[in-house]
Design a protein around this ligand. Sequence first.
Ligand code: ADP
Ligand code: MG
Length: 782
Amino acid sequence: MAKLRLVKPAALDEPLRSVVGDRTAKVLADGLGLHTTGDLLHHYPRRYATRGELTDLAGLSDGEDVTVLAEVLTARRRRMRQRKGDILEVVVTDGRGRLTLTFFGRGVHEPDKELKPGFRGMFAGRISTYGGRRQLTHPEYHVLPGGADAGGTGGAGTRVLAAAREFADELIPVYPATKGMTSWRIARCVSMILDTVDIGADSMPEPIRRRHDLIGLREAYEGIHRPADLAVARRARERLRWDEAFVVQAALARRRRAAATLPARPRARVEGGLLDAFDARLPFRLTAGQLAVGAEIAADLAAEHPMHRLLQGDVGAGKTVVALRAMLQVVDAGGQAALLAPTEVLAQQHHRSIMTLLGPLAQAGQLGGADEATRAVLLTGSQGAKARRAALLDAASGAAGIVVGTHALLQEHVQFADLGLVVVDEQHRFGVEQRDALREKVAGGRPHVLVMTATPIPRTVAMTVFGDLDTSTLTQLPDGRAAISTHVVPPERPHYLRRAWERIREEVAAGRQVYVVCPRIGDQEGADEDIDEDLIDGDVDEGAGAAGQDDFAQDDPAQDDFAQDDFAQDDFAQDGGEQRTWSVADVLPRLEEDWLPGLRIGVLHGRLPADEKDATMRRFAAGEFDVLLATTVIEVGVDVPNATVMMIMDADRFGVSQLHQLRGRVGRGALPGLCLFVTRSPGGTKARERLDAVAATTDGFELARLDLEQRREGDVLGAAQSGRRSSLKLLTLLKDEELIRTARDEANALIDGDPDLTRHPVLAAELAALVDDDRAEYLEKG
Ligand code: ADP
Ligand code: MG
């Protein structure tokens, strides 16, 4: 008796090979990264063409890979003059413009037979210009059935006329294609799957479908690949777009729920403790937003389940104080708090400012320490053995209520007596894995977790990438902040640059301080010299930090052609004549000799030893340097209220949020800030537009949107999009906010009613499969 197969592999996991054959499967895999029948079904048409509507040939540009629908006008075969053999020139038209298809040698026979005047076909290849004419050389082509008369109406009765019109209106899907795999071959493969493969049950629960008027899955695949008309295609896309939002939200809802049911030790607020003493000595009044968010966090901490909260707010909104108050509540309740920063510079600064803000409250056991005092210790990878041992001991014994370190603290074997709260500062990408690492630090429970972002993030990103966290937002800046004015210093206005140095000297003369930031360190030769390792170690916001480096790598060549000497004449010429971006090493001697002679200049970048970095920051904060020449190590969090000018060299090398972060280093007190974007990008370029946009507003939420618009979604979602498969194809985080929100509500309700998904086995299976999918990757790493 045949064995029953209890588990039938989901039909969409079928390797393509078994449906379309080995050779085609290989081209689909190599060229488009499609491996399974499901992959191919999710390879959606970019658009639809109709036979009646020919491609606008005037819109094609050189070098473009195109698939055009056009009608053959003439076909002419002749002998080649220079070489042996024939050349076939077929001219096709869209009714107005023309495009020449050229075939020669042995490749002329088939097209010569098939491409007759009046025939319509699809032609795929790369556009080039030859002798002033646009052409495709040896394009792949596909003659549309119906021949020369298909579109014609002459002499026919009404029935024939109607049939002809229907034929002309039929939609032809146009797929993202690749060499060796044209759009129409993809369409054939997709059709094969649709005709033969069992698509399986629909994971979207029927009631949800009904509520939102969504069609079934099978119908949706049919509708997106073989639509009868555009309305059908639209409904199909809508359904599949929903899927993308819903499955992700269901996964997040489950994770949220799982976390919410875990135990945590409640850390309710204690009257008359450190927190009250701290509030009493705070030199400013908390904003309404800080108080409101503080109350949310206080309530979370008092609960028996771990807090998982994201605190976002614009640069300078005052997130640190909010976090510190949460930490003090936990310490008052007998627990410890850890504060993790992305870089050593920032960890050191946090430690310093916590010590200042707490004063005697952080001097337990010391002369002058307050009765209720605790200790705040710093733990970094590179500190001296003795200091480190003392800090480790304080963490393990519980003597330190607050432990400040870099994210590396998670990987190290740091023991805590009773870790109650972990605050992760300035991090966009603090993943589930890291949170898990944290939990191992806590026996018999889980710490409360507060994640703070470096810059505001658009709502939809918060809902997807951070969708398993509750969100608090600080929308206002503390009162009394003076404005920051931002100016682009462009290559066509060399006197702006001279004026900029002058302004800097004036500021310094008035007792203020200045940052000068360069994209590179420049002290080492070689490919990696541009990357500031401190940022990499800290894994600072890849979106911004690494994007800058990415931009650098794929810089537009036009920029490199822009000779340095054309720029700001001698005033800004670099030695050696080699064209490259400004580095700290290049700029230092120029500052000393030409631009800011006599000023006290400190240098800061990631390759300096930790104690030197700390000393430099400390001295800058103490006013011992007028100028801090740095890389983006100062990008996040650095807080020196007396600094009033931020000068960014080759500002076009940085991303939107990075520029906003850097600018946020000035205007932090009552003194007005000045931000200067020095660029060699000529006007009218994308880079210049970006700088102008950042200069035009200081609203971080608006810039976050702009950033999202400018980046590929892939950068937002991490590895998921850059790799072979991408999960969000129809959904765009920028436009589909409403849908994502609705899908989230539905997912929450569903998981609340059926936490283990026992009544939704198909969805459960789909979520389980996510573990091996890139989507999970971005959920985890995102
Ligand atoms: P961010 O949200 O960018 O991390 P910070 O927490 O570093 O901002 O705060 C920026 C500056 O504003 C700090 O110098 C901080 O002491 C100060 N600050 C915070 N809250 C207030 C407030 N309510 N009133 C005045 N200054 C404040
Ligand atoms: Mg901060």
